[in-house]
Design a protein around this ligand. Sequence first.
Ligand code: PMP
Length: 427
Amino acid sequence: RYTGPDADEIMRKRREFLSPSMFCFYKKPVNIVHGRMQYLFDDNGRRYLDAFGGIATVNCGHCHPDVVKAIVDQTKSLQHSTILYLNHAIADFAEALASKLPGDLKVVFFTNSGTEANELAMMMARLYTDCHDIISLRNAYHGNASGTMAATAQCSWKFNVVQSGVHHALNPDPYRGLFGADGEKYAHDVQDLIQFGTSGHVAAFISEAIQGVGGIIELAPGYLPAVYNSIRKAGGLCIADEVQSGFARSGSHFWGFEAHGVVPDIVTMAKGIGNGIPLGAVVTTPKVAEVLTRRCYFNTFGGNPVSTAAGHAVLKVIEREKLQENAHVVGSYLKERLNDLKSKHEIIGDVRGRGLMLGVELVTDRHLKTPAKVEILQVMEQMKDMGLLVGKGGFYGNVFRITPPLCFSKEDADFLVDVMDYAMTKL
Ligand code: PMP
C-alpha cells in the first residue's frame, strides 16, 4: 500500500521547488507510484493502460524483470565511469548494438540522452566535412541543447537560440504538407536549400523517420532516398535520429529508416534503448568516428556499466519476446481499428504511423483540417478517467500519440479503441 504524499502535496512541492515551465496534460493529474509491463498504478491502486510509455520509454514494459535484474546485479558489482578502466559491460553492449545496424555502421559512442547523441552526431558531421551547414525538417524535434534546439523546428520548443548554420526544409508531411504524399517534390526543396542557401557544400541532413513530438508523421514515400542522394552529392552526411522510431517500435523494421530503403552515415538513439535508464548512443562508420581522435573526447557517465547492462538486457528481451513482431501484428490491428473509428467520428481527421507508433489527428472540420485543440483535451481527460493514458503532440497539439510498451496486446488495443470511441461519443 502506498503511504507517500498525495497528488495535491506533490503539486504544491512542484509549484514551489520545480521548474515553472513543467507542464501536465491533465486538469486532474494522476500520481503514478508503480509500473508493471504495459500498466501503471496510481496512489489508490487504480490501474491504467499505458499507451504512451514509449516516450520514457519502456519498450520492454515497465519494470521488466530481466532488465531490472541486469540493473540490480550490475549496480551491486560495479558502477563507475567508463573513461579510466576496462569493463566488459560497455564492450559487450557495443558489439550487440552494432550487430543490429546495416553496412559499416559499427562504431558506438554512448551518451546519457538523445540530445547529447544528436549534439555529438552533428559535431562529428561538421568535423568530417569541414562544413557548418545542416539541413533539418520543419516540425522536427532533435533535443534541447544549443545545436539540437537549432535543428529542432517548432516554435514551442525554441528559446532564444543561435540558429548557427541550420536550414529547415519543407516537411514531407503527407496529411498537411504542400505536396501531399509526393516525396520527390519535397526533396526538390532540399536541393534548392543547398543551391540557394549554402556554398553548395553541407555538413549533414538530420531527420526522424517518423516524427514523434511533431505528431507521428511518417515522411512521404520516396523522400529520404532522394534527399540522401542530394546531400551526399553536396559532400554531406546523413543522420538518422532513431530516438523514438528505433528499437523495433515501427514493427516492420528494427530501425525507422529501414522502411525508406536508405542507409545513414550516422544513427542516433536514446529513450527505448535503456527501458527507462538514461542512455543514448551514436553509431557511425570507422571512417567518420576517426574525427574524434583529433582531440580528446569523453563522456563521464555515457556508457557506464549499469546503463549498458540495462541496454544489453533490453536487446535480449526484444529478441526473445519477439517484440518487433508483436509491434507489427498488434500495431497493424490497432491501426485498422482506429481507421474504423475514423469512419464513425467526424472529429478524426487522420490516422497514421507504423507499428506501435501511431497518431490520431483531431480536427473540427475535415475539409479545412481545423485543429481540434480544445476537444482533444476533453477526450484525453475522459480517457484518463476511464483508465487509459495516451500522449499528445503535433504542431497544433491536436494529435494523440500512441506509443505503448511493445508488449501491448490485442486486448489492450481493443480497450484503447473502445475507450476512445466512448470518450468521443461523449463530446
Ligand atoms: N530526438 C527525438 C526524435 C526525440 O523525440 C527526443 C526527445 N523527445 C530527442 C531527440 C531528445 O532526447 P532527450 O530528451 O533524451 O534529450
